[in-house]
Design a protein around this ligand. Structure first.
Ligand SMILES: Cc1ncc(COP(=O)(O)O)c(C=O)c1O
Ligand SMILES: [Zn+2]
Length: 355
């Protein structure tokens, strides 16, 4: 039976416990422990296909996951674009959310709440509808209008707040009432095991790449990628884990500061609204994961993001600006990457809602 464990103080609880995100003893994020067989089936349903890597399988499926990898050769490297913006809710978040909302449903909740820059809100509303939960989506007022519209169209209630601090307080008010499932995507380890399916798919499609470049806000994507590639190695399927390049913007750079001890100032990076998380709960885990892979953190700014965004659309990758940070980062560090390396760029969110 899977269980929740605090890696800091040893607190442990059953899977279907009310302590599923934050340790009630010491406040650290909890980790989901379960056995991984490493079996991959022939199913065309992502969850059934990778059930050997998952703690449970959701009942409903809307085509999340199993997104294509498209290869483009530059003069020196093989660039592998993982088209995760093609998920049903327009972002990779559907991978974690499909599991997290099913979990809330199994716990018996009828209502859920989440604080988000937008993509998690779309995803949470989409899957909540499937399981009959009402969703309250708390977002900063300055979040892209298209993301708010998508949430309303799906039937979610959007509550706008002044920045992330206002959002945290509003969420507290909701979860202090009984009956609300706090999706807690910045904390909830279910997101990490869900996002790890990207690694299993890449492994099946093109093998393990030499480098992975991923945008980092809460770090759920990055931790999922590292978790997935490490599980592939632990189960004997792969012999290496890619070097992970974490991308943040100059405006909000907690991972950079934690890695290198001081901030690097330049132009703002406000175009990357999806990665403006100033205090990620799993910061120490993110730094440790990057170091374990021999990776690094690269910072980008608005002019670099805008240039990369334009280039991606011209190549037919209709992503949102946050996703373009990976190409901007690649352009900055490509000279440091050895010739003939394969480099995976995770394209995380659709640009059709940010036009
Ligand atoms: C488009 C996009 N890319 C990347 C991220 C960063 O993901 P994470 O919070 O898992 O680090 C987000 C987060 O909202 C996002 O919306
Ligand atoms: Zn603890």
């Amino acid at each position: 039976m899977p269980s929740w464990k605090c890696q800091q103080c040893g607190f442990e609880e059953d899977l279907y416990s009310r302590y599923y995100w934050k340790c009630p003893r010491c406040g650290s994020p909890l980790t989901l422990l379960y056995s991984v067989s490493g079996e991959i089936t022939g199913s065309k349903n992502t969850w059934r296909r990778y059930s050997g890597f998952l703690p449970f399988i959701p009942e409903k499926y809307r085509g999340e996951g199993l997104t294509p990898v498209v290869a483009e050769k530059t003069g020196t490297h093989s660039l592998l674009f993982k088209l995760d913006y093609l998920n049903p809710g327009g972002s990779f978040k559907d991978r974690g959310t499909a599991l997290a909302i099913y979990y809330g449903f199994k716990m018996g909740f009828k209502k859920c709440v989440v604080d988000t820059s937008g993509n998690t809100g779309i995803s949470v509303t989409l899957y909540s509808k499937l399981y009959g939960l009402d969703s309250v989506i708390v977002m900063p007022r300055e979040a892209p209008e298209g993301k708010k519209k998508a949430i309303r169209q799906l039937g979610g209630l959007v509550i706008e707040t002044e920045g992330r601090i206002g959002a945290t307080k509003t969420v507290q008010d909701y979860i202090s009432e009984p009956g609300y499932y706090y999706v807690a995507h910045l904390w909830n380890h279910i997101y990490i095991v869900g996002h790890a399916t990207i690694a299993y798919e890449v492994y099946e499609d093109v093998g393990v790449p030499d480098y992975v470049i991923a945008p980092v806000g809460s770090g759920g994507l990055l931790l999922g990628l590292v978790y997935g590639f490490e599980k592939l190695r632990e189960t004997g399927r792969a012999s290496k884990v890619p070097r992970v390049i974490a991308v943040q913007g100059y405006s909000v750079q907690p991972v950079y500061v934690a890695m290198y001890g001081e901030a690097l100032h330049s132009e703002p990076s406000t175009l990357a609204d999806g990665i403006m998380v100033s205090n990620p709960p799993r910061l120490a885990e993110i730094v440790s994961a990057i170091k374990r892979t021999g990776g690094e953190v690269v910072l980008v700014g608005n002019s670099e993001i805008a240039r990369a965004h334009k280039a991606l659309w011209e190549w037919g990758f209709t992503v949102e600006p946050t996703s373009a940070t990976v190409l901007a980062a690649y352009e900055k560090i490509s000279k440091k990457i050895p010739e003939n390396s394969s480099v995976l760029l995770v394209l995380t969110g659709s640009g059709l809602k940010t036009l």
